[in-house]
Write a protein that binds this ligand. Structure first.
Ligand code: TYC
Length: 103
């Protein structure tokens, strides 16, 4: 969908402008082992969601297989996914967090 951002097109009448860098989605994936409460804690602590929204997103992942938890710059998205995966492994949970480019 059109997000209203200008393309980085230079014309004779305008200064060249750089297009804004792409955004990246951070997704969480369902599995059969990670406790629901653990996923809610992740969404509250790493994605700053209120508990009610975190619970809704966790149930969406549980029923649909995955959900977008946030959209960020590449650096922030990759750092967040790494922190979530590190935290999950430290707590012996298989929960998976991936980054993909926001089309
Ligand atoms: N399916 C898990 C269970 O039934 C809960 C779960 C939800 C796991 C979301 C991962 O990203 C996830 N305990």
């Amino acid at each position: 969908p059109d997000d209203g951002r200008e393309e980085g097109v230079a014309t004779a009448a305008s200064k060249p402008r750089l297009a804004r860098p792409p955004l990246y989605k951070v997704l969480l994936f369902n599995d059969d082992y990670t406790p629901m409460d653990f996923v809610v804690v992740i969404l509250v602590e790493f994605f700053h969601m209120p508990t009610e929204k975190a619970t809704q997103i966790m149930l969406k992942i549980h029923t649909e297989g995955k959900a977008v938890c946030g959209v960020f710059s590449r650096d922030v998205a990759e750092t967040k996914a790494q922190q979530v995966n590190d935290f999950s492994r430290e707590n012996n949970q298989p929960l998976l967090c991936h980054v993909e480019v926001d089309q």
